[in-house]
Design a protein around this ligand. Structure first.
Ligand SMILES: NC(=O)c1ccc[n+]([C@@H]2O[C@H](COP(=O)([O-])OP(=O)(O)OC[C@H]3O[C@@H](n4cnc5c(N)ncnc54)[C@H](OP(=O)(O)O)[C@@H]3O)[C@@H](O)[C@H]2O)c1
Length: 246
């Protein structure tokens, strides 16, 4: 059974480029009405128009619509304003994809940490995703098929935790903990809450480090979790549809 029968509303954070933009495109192709959010409102508007197929259009060939929303996940004020906008219109939410993320200390040694960079990673990757989720939770509770996908990273898996990039790693490990906490508490409310690792994807983030995986392939595993059937998993951590260690 399909999650939303092609008639759901999805919100994607950091949807102006990279994996988030492709997740928005793929959800729209499945008929979702997508709230295309970005911290730069002009970029959100431009990408929403591009995904819809050009000026004057609001929907694509899949029937989904694309609506821009300004949202800086590191700013509680911006989250409050975006939440107010979404509550007013469309006043509905079925899928939340917490995709926005930064790598503020890639390659930095854990023995010589940059605590400001660690704070920035936590503010965006952990607090940002958590605050956005809580701000929109009442709308998700009203959905018949609520889904939350937290775009994490294998670098945040504690079971196979390596060295370097402490801020990024801890922020994604924290995000994974948030996935488990919310999945547990919301299980009886029909929610499916999961973490996704997109793999090593050729974006502005992964490309300079040599990533070759396409955004299409990286986004596919996220979209799978966003559109799970009602008997799908919850509280899991997946890459390309397969479980990975927390
Ligand atoms: N690429 C990889 O290999 C890889 C691997 C594992 C996990 N991931 C995760 O996948 C997600 C997407 O990464 P990506 O590769 O697509 O990276 P990207 O190309 O660098 O894009 C990052 C996105 O996050 C947005 N963002 C950053 N800070 C934000 C904020 N405060 N508020 C709202 N949006 C914000 C950026 O917006 P601006 O344009 O405004 O900066 C951009 O849209 C991230 O969570 C990342 O950690 C990526």
């Amino acid at each position: 059974m399909s999650a939303a029968g092609g008639a759901g509303v999805a919100l994607v954070t950091g949807a102006n480029r990279g994996i988030g933009k492709e997740v928005a495109r793929q959800l729209g192709a499945r008929g979702y009405d997508v709230l295309v959010t970005a911290r730069d409102g002009a970029q959100a508007a431009a990408v929403a128009q591009e995904l819809a197929g050009g000026a004057g259009r609001s929907s694509n060939a899949g029937g989904g619509t694309f609506t821009p929303v300004t949202l800086d996940v590191a700013s509680p004020q911006s989250i409050a304003a975006a939440s107010e906008q979404v509550h007013a219109n469309p006043g509905r939410l079925d899928v939340l994809v917490n995709n926005a993320g930064i790598g503020s200390d890639f390659g930095v040694s854990g023995t010589d940490p940059d605590f400001d960079a660690i704070q920035r990673a936590l503010d965006t990757n952990f607090f940002g995703a958590y605050r956005v989720t809580i701000a929109l939770l009442d709308l998700l509770r009203a959905s018949e098929h609520p889904r939350i996908v937290n775009v994490s990273s294998g670098m945040g898996g504690v079971a196979e935790m390596g060295g370097w990039s402490p801020g990024y790693r801890v922020s994604k490990a924290s995000m994974n903990a948030m996935t488990r906490i919310l999945a547990t508490e919301l299980k009886d409310a029909r929610f499916l809450v999961n973490s996704a690792c997109p793999g090593f994807v050729n974006t502005d983030m992964g490309g300079p480090m040599g990533a070759t995986k396409s955004v299409q392939d990286g986004a596919a595993g996220i979209v799978w979790l966003a559109t799970l059937p009602d008997d799908g998993p919850t509280g899991g951590f997946f890459r390309d549809g397969k479980p990975v260690s927390f």
